[in-house]
Design a protein around this ligand. Structure first.
Ligand SMILES: *[C@@H]1O[C@H](CO)[C@@H](O)[C@H](O)[C@H]1NC(C)=O
Ligand SMILES: *[C@@H]1O[C@H](CO)[C@@H](O)[C@H](O)[C@H]1NC(C)=O
Ligand SMILES: *[C@@H]1O[C@H](CO)[C@@H](O)[C@H](O)[C@H]1NC(C)=O
Ligand SMILES: *[C@@H]1O[C@H](CO)[C@@H](O)[C@H](O)[C@H]1NC(C)=O
Ligand SMILES: [Zn+2]
Length: 585
């Protein structure tokens, strides 16, 4: 038999085996590579990264030290009296109740004070009431009246080199709608107290804050206290109508007096303490951001004529087409690393065991990981309140046009109100709207003027759009949380709430920043400091049901008011001592 020698044959088998093994290895490698490609190019790797995200590091949201009595020479009898003494409570009820009794409603459109003094005289009554009720404040503090009804109090501190603290509130309230009067359980200007709640227009927005500030000042002055740091108080009178004549004048006056960036911190009305839905724990939520707002007008002018010989599309039809187009393209949600809502979620997540681990991991990565962010946004979009905070909203609020059944409408006007999230600018939204207008204009041969510039010529006979900006306010600059001004708020909150309001709670009350969906008077004060906190530190178990803010039966649990007075009493002292920066971190 002709064949390979024995050992050659063996070598041949060996070689075959090795080749086979190598082939196997190649196949296995290919499979691994394909899997790796799949893994990295699909979400699998993203999910894997979320899965291995550690959750033990709490430094992303440090808990402030409790700051209270050991910072200043004071026993705890005053705070206990404010929170628990029946006599103090009844006197305080009386003060707030009678403040509610003075009607200070204002509507949207008002002329300035010098132009129509008669419109504003109701505030004269309110000033008289304050002066009578808080004589100690009026006797001891410098009181200025700005644009007649803006109130500016200055309590000079001992150390002029420290920046003053500014407390704010507003004197005005939203109106009571006449056809809802019958629905009020107690008349809106009676200031009724039922033993638990105080009722009436302004009871929770925000005569409660205004009265609490004055009450806390009276207590401190009454104890011969003098702050290290000056304390300034400013009360506008048209916050519910953008603060044009109140806050704007007050802020201008302060900037003239003190210069830009001259305030330690501003505390104005805002959210307080509540139970966080994510962690099921009591949490304090000073707002460090405020959404922006933008009103755009879109006007379409077309030739008129008899409606027996109409064009295919009247100006009403064309504006409707644009309106449809706009609503088909809502704005997406975002949650950038700068957005206070992200910090809020992270604080709730790292300090609670109730947040599901996977959610925790996604929240911790959301600031820098696209997939994690999209998962968090998906969840937030299901929340009826949070969903408005994370996106720019668009509301087609006004449409006007058409005069007569048989005449073509020559002019149609649409007004769109936008509320801008922290991530978007008025410029971006204006450009987007203009793009839609241009698309519609192209289709109908219309001219377009956008924000004062002629953008499209049109055929000169079909008509033209005129897009204008009616009101513009960018989202507020986000206030910092890594500074002592924040620690003073968070630390005082812990001291007051953990020791006196909810003793035995069993966990520290963390403060986490949020974004206000609406604007406050602070929008006029940006030049004075970066440290603006919208914070009314009373506890509400349900912020909407407990206060019915702007609605029928507006009310406030009176405990909430006393908590605010006790907080301010402590906070003003904390800010004063902490101020000298001897004990900051
Ligand atoms: C557009 O509207 C603004 C504001 O009403 C007005 O001042 C301007 O003249 C209008 N422009 C055109 C081209 O109609
Ligand atoms: C209040 O002060 C008294 C006397 O110093 C002390 O015994 C008590 O524990 C304090 N209460 C709280 C809640 O801190
Ligand atoms: C803030 O400062 C800028 C720059 O000095 C000024 O133009 C602006 O009017 C000021 N804003 C307010 C609300 O006073
Ligand atoms: C005033 O405050 C400054 C800044 O904290 C501090 O350096 C200074 O010592 C204080 N002056 C007095 C008299 O306490
Ligand atoms: Zn308010």
């Amino acid at each position: 038999m002709l064949g390979l020698p024995e050992d050659d044959n063996e070598r041949w088998v060996h070689l075959k085996q090795r080749l086979l093994q190598r082939k196997k290895l190649v196949i296995v490698s290919i499979i691994v590579i394909v899997h790796l490609i799949l893994f990295f190019s699909t979400n699998a790797f993203g999910y894997f990264k979320i899965l291995i995200q550690p959750t033990g590091d709490k430094s992303i949201c440090p808990i402030a030290d409790s700051i209270g009595a050991d910072w200043f020479p004071d026993d705890n009898s005053t705070i206990i009296e404010i929170l628990q003494d029946e006599m103090f409570r009844l006197k305080s009820v009386e003060k707030l109740s009678r403040a509610v009794q003075v009607d200070t409603q204002i509507g949207d459109e008002h002329p300035n004070v010098p132009d129509a003094p008669e419109v504003w005289t109701k505030f004269e009554k309110f000033h008289k009431y304050l002066e009578k009720t808080f004589p100690i404040v009026y006797e001891n503090l410098e009181v200025e009246k700005i644009n007649t009804y803006g109130l500016l109090f200055t309590w000079k501190g001992k150390n002029a080199s420290l920046k003053p603290l500014l407390l704010m509130a507003h004197q005005d309230t939203v109106p009571v709608q006449a056809d809802t009067l019958k629905d009020w359980t107690y008349p809106p200007f009676e200031g009724h107290y039922d033993g638990e709640y105080i009722y009436g227009r302004g009871a929770s927005d925000c005569k409660n804050v205004l009265v609490a500030i004055l009450e806390s000042l009276e207590i401190l002055i009454g104890k011969n206290y003098t702050p290290e740091r000056s304390i300034i108080v400013s009360f506008g009178f048209d916050e519910e109508a953008n603060g044009r004549y109140g806050a704007e004048y007050l802020a201008t006056q302060l900037e003239k007096k003190l210069g830009p960036n001259s305030i330690h911190a501003i505390i104005d009305e805002g959210p307080g303490l509540s139970v966080d839905a994510l962690s099921n724990r009591i949490i304090a939520t000073p707002a460090t951001g405020e959404k922006g707002s933008l009103n755009l007008g879109v006007e379409l002018t077309t030739p008129g004529g008899h409606s027996s010989m109409p064009p295919d599309h009247t100006s009403i039809g064309i504006v409707s087409e644009l309106a449809y187009f706009l609503e088909q393209n809502p704005y997406g949600s975002d949650l950038s690393a700068e957005n206070p809502m992200l910090k809020y979620l992270q604080c709730a997540a790292v300090h609670s065991d109730e947040v599901p681990t996977l959610s925790k991991k996604a929240i911790l990565r959301a600031g820098f990981d696209k997939l994690a962010k999209s998962k968090v946004l998906e969840a937030l979009t299901k929340n009826p309140v949070a969903k408005y905070v994370i996106k720019t909203t668009q509301a087609l609020d006004v449409i006007r046009g058409g005069e007569k059944f048989n005449a073509l409408p020559e002019n149609v006007k649409l007004v769109i109100n936008f509320r801008l999230n922290v991530e978007s600018t008025p410029e971006q939204v204006k450009q987007k709207v203009l793009d839609y207008v241009l698309t519609v204009a192209d289709k109908h041969n219309l001219g377009v003027t956008g924000f004062g510039k002629k953008i499209r010529k049109g055929d000169g006979k079909s008509g033209y759009f005129n897009v204008t900006s009616l009101h513009e306010l960018p989202a507020a600059p986000v206030s910092p949380t890594e500074i002592s001004a924040w620690d003073e708020l968070a630390g005082t909150t812990r001291y007051v709430y953990e020791n006196f309001v909810f003793p035995g709670l069993g966990y520290p009350i963390i403060s986490a920043p949020v974004v206000m969906p609406a604007n406050t008077d602070t929008a006029h004060y940006w030049n004075l400091t970066k440290n603006i906190y919208r914070y009314t530190p009373g506890f509400l178990s349900n912020a909407v049901k407990d206060t019915r803010i702007h609605s029928v039966d507006e009310r406030l649990p009176f405990d909430n008011h006393l908590q605010l007075v006790s907080f301010l009493y402590e906070y003003l002292q904390v800010v004063s001592i902490h101020a000298s920066d001897t004990k900051t971190k």
